[in-house]
Design a protein around this ligand. Structure first.
Ligand SMILES: [Zn+2]
Length: 420
């Protein structure tokens, strides 16, 4: 353990350089190409004698695995993604988004937090484990496509049987750094919902001869939004993680009173946000069609079918002719792992050894590759990410150098200590 901690400290400049270099490869969507990052990781692993394999079904979006063979039967996976979200408006950046600039404390650029920092830490961890030798077999997977659902990345790798292992550590998300260490035991899941309004077209000068679909849609939207008042019934063992998730948000994000109220309801009720509205063709034509798309998110362990039924009831209550709703409820919302498993306990111990603080267990509001890995490969996943709170997907994204070093320690120490 002492050796790992000191090797990780000694690798400070190395992990910063790796992160900075990864940021310089533009892997942003819509292209989302990971080929340059993958070639870079492969050459690093080659230099250090770590075995790699590339898996791709889209040549622009390869995935790469670095494997450290062990003697024990147990196999531990680490999974992180190389793709990033677009930079948005360049004028909102004061650091070049693909510059990978470093000052003494932070590293800047798209992906610094989400999640090239964690990928860099995992690269160093792979090198250290390979040099020191590890009882368990460890595979570090660097994937494509996470930000758009994983079709050429984790979802494909999981569905095609390429992920095999006993436990999986997800490098995505916000692990709270040294001050607020936290393990993600699950992710919320979404219930994609579309509201459709049909009417009758007419000349815009004689609207009374038509039936305006946009008007009907606007009346119906508040009914769907009332799903936010539907209390979810949740497993008892999630009550403590929910309490801690709320505390984590309150401790790490500055909130207004109104936001604080919303956070209190964040896990016991669905969140709902109407995020796309489409309808109409021309200023002088009464529209006969309009639709609204909602992002509705549920805490894992809740019943998506019950939510679906309630949304349908609400739209029925609205009783607006020509309005219907399509609710795409999955069998399960997101995923969660019990905080009481040996995997969770051992990961918590490792993080406590490194940070000196007992980590909390929380549930992510967004999704990660873990959802596909749980669903298709049936491997228990826990998240320990290196992202700074509130940095993902925003301009001037940054990460703390300290978080990267911390990641090297945890990602190296956990596979060394883990006993099945
Ligand atoms: Zn991410």
């Amino acid at each position: 353990m002492e050796r790992i901690l000191s090797e990780a400290e000694a690798a400070r400049d190395e992990v910063v350089k790796l992160c900075s270099d990864l940021i310089k490869f533009d892997s942003a969507h819509p292209e989302g190409r990971t080929d340059e990052c993958v070639a870079y990781i492969q050459s690093y692993m080659d230099r250090h004698g770590v075995e790699t394999e590339i898996h791709s079904r889209n040549p622009k979006k390869p995935n790469i695995v670095a494997r450290i063979p062990g003697e024990a039967e147990t196999k531990i996976l680490w999974v992180g993604h190389l793709d990033v979200v677009p930079i948005g408006k360049p004028e909102e950046w004061s650091h070049p988004p693909y510059g990978g600039e470093v000052d003494g404390v932070y590293i800047y650029g798209r992906g610094a937090s989400d999640m090239k920092g964690a990928c860099a830490a995992a690269m160093v961890a792979a090198r250290l484990l390979n040099e020191m030798g590890c009882r368990n077999t460890v595979e570090f997977w660097f994937t494509a496509d996470e930000e758009i659902g994983g079709d050429d990345g984790a979802k494909w790798l999981a569905e095609s049987g390429r992920f095999k292992g006993d436990v999986c550590l997800i490098g995505d998300g916000t692990g709270g750094g040294l001050e607020h260490p936290a393990i993600d035991i699950g992710c919320k899941g979404s219930v994609p919902t579309k509201l459709i309004a049909r009417g009758k077209t007419a000349h815009g000068s004689t609207p009374f001869l038509g039936d305006n679909a946009i008007k009907k849609l606007m009346r119906a939207i508040p009914y769907v939004e009332r799903i936010a008042e539907f209390r979810l019934s949740l497993p008892e063992e999630l009550e403590e993680p929910i309490r801690q998730s709320i505390e984590f948000i309150e401790a790490t994000i500055k909130l207004t009173d109104e936001q604080r109220e919303a956070v209190k309801r964040l896990y016991h009720y669905p969140t709902v946000s109407c995020n796309i509205i489409q309808g109409g063709v021309k200023r002088n034509v009464v529209p006969d069609y309009a639709e609204a798309v909602f992002d509705i998110r549920l805490t894992p362990g809740s019943d998506p079918q019950a939510v679906k039924r309630r949304i349908e009831e609400l739209v029925e209550e609205a009783a607006i002719p020509g309005v219907e709703v399509e609710v795409n409820a999955p069998e399960q919302a997101g995923y969660y792992e019990s905080p009481n498993t040996s995997f969770a306990k051992q990961l918590a111990e490792t993080i406590e050894l490194v940070t000196g603080r007992r980590p909390i267990f929380k549930i992510l509001t967004g999704g990660t590759d873990a959802i596909s890995i749980e669903r298709y490969a049936h491997i228990p996943c826990l998240g320990y990410g290196l992202s700074m709170v509130g940095e993902a997907h925003k301009p001037d994204e940054k990460n703390k150098i300290e978080n990267l070093v911390l990641g090297v320690k945890v990602y190296t120490l956990f596979p060394m200590r883990y006993k099945a």
